[in-house]
Design a protein around this ligand. Structure first.
Ligand code: NAD
Length: 358
């Protein structure tokens, strides 16, 4: 199979590979779509076994950003970059400066930001060579700590799903949260404040104890989180939590959390639907992260300060989009993830058609 026939390629506008001998940078910038605006998506640094693995990841992540940005109603397309290397040992200022030159090379068609393995300090080196960098510290346009915003979006999404599926508010609702890192910990605080009863797990025992103490929560072992008696399951750790193996163990009637790629495969989404479990599609409910980044890009482009009210209005709009997905799925008796994909694709092609007609 060639690159162009691979399922992950799916209409990518551009895939750029960069090598810098002096710093050792090997990176791929994948641009899935610039139909809605310049492509935006973070940079991931990962010790990929092969360049093919890195390419595959870049393609999947970049297409997912097109869908996420469209669902968050942003004037941004989808793109992603990956740097091949171990983030614990291979980072140097020169590597990120070379990355900045690579971003500059694609001529403003791609805005980068943080993702796994990349920090604001790394991006500051990239910024020396390109202005297409969001997620920086210490300037008026900076969006600051990004994790409270996705957590707020997820909180609003959980509340909506509970209202729809359980016909009640959050007071007394039992929520199991898998992973209490940046997003999970903020989500736990918000749910606790709204009266929810929490059951938490994390592989980091220290973080788990701290968040549980602050939110009066019950603690369970990571492997036990799928078996607890909860109304809502909120995956906030890594991807793939919902699989045909874990699904039969869940007692929750709602799945709504911050993690990316929650479904191990599309069959898990179909099975959720068959079992009558309401699933909030991950890239819709967790769009707060990219909304935050978009707020920073907007401020940088206008040479203005970051505007939290603009971000809040986008979060409100995101909740309406989630409602639209749930409504349509109910009306058409279809899985929510399929409906979300369809709406995302139509939001992208709709803009393209409007432009062609103008
Ligand atoms: P994080 O690394 O701060 O937190 C993840 C937590 O999950 C960690 O505490 C980790 O110890 C824990 N964990 C890992 N494996 C686990 C397991 N098997 N069982 C239980 N706990 C486990 O990451 P984060 O920034 O909070 O992001 C969490 C998820 O949300 C990720 O999937 C991320 O891609 C997604 N997301 C994050 C943002 C953001 O702005 N931070 C935005 C959108 C989506």
């Amino acid at each position: 199979m060639t690159l162009f026939d691979s399922p992950s390629f799916e209409g990518h506008q551009g895939v750029h590979a960069f090598y810098d001998a002096a710093s050792g940078l090997k990176c791929i910038i994948a641009i899935h779509s610039t139909v809605r605006g310049p492509a935006a998506g973070g940079c991931r640094m990962w010790n990929y076994a092969t360049a093919e693995d890195a390419l595959e990841d870049a393609l999947k992540l970049s297409r997912a950003m097109s869908y996420k940005n469209a669902m968050a109603d942003l004037e941004l397309g989808g793109g992603k970059s990956v740097i091949i290397g171990d983030a614990r040992t291979a980072k140097t200022p020169a590597l990120f400066e070379a990355f900045g030159r690579a971003v500059e090379d694609v001529g403003g068609r791609y805005w980068t930001a943080e993702d796994v393995g990349v920090s604001p300090a790394d991006l500051a080196h990239a910024r020396k060579h390109t202005r297409y960098v969001a997620g920086l510290d210490g300037h008026p346009a900076a969006s600051g700590d990004p994790s409270p915003i996705p957590a707020e979006g997820v909180f609003r999404g959980v509340r909506l799903c509970v209202e729809r599926a359980l016909k009640r508010d959050l007071d007394g609702v039992r929520v199991a949260i898998q992973g209490v890192g940046h997003v999970g910990a903020h989500l736990a605080e918000k749910l606790h404040a709204a009266g929810a009863k929490l059951i938490l797990t994390d592989v980091n025992a220290e973080a788990l104890r701290r968040v549980a103490a602050a939110t009066d929560a019950e603690i369970v072992a990571p492997s036990a989180i799928f078996d607890v008696d909860a109304d809502v399951f909120a995956p906030c750790a890594l991807g793939g939590a919902i699989s045909l193996d874990t699904l039969p163990r869940l007692r929750a009637r709602v799945i709504a959390g911050g993690a990316n790629n929650q479904l191990a495969d599309p069959a898990a989404g179909v099975e959720l639907f068959r079992r009558g479990i309401l699933y909030a599609p991950d890239y819709v409910i967790n769009g707060g992260g990219i909304i935050n980044v978009a707020g920073e890009i907007r401020a940088l482009e206008r040479d203005e300060a970051f505007d939290p009210e603009w971000v809040d209005a986008k979060l409100d709009r995101l909740a309406l989009t989630l409602e639209e997905v749930l409504e349509q799925a109910l009306r058409e008796h279809r899985p929510t993830h399929e409906v979300a994909n369809e709406i995302a694709r139509s939001r992208i092609s709709g803009v393209a058609e409007k432009r062609a007609a103008a």
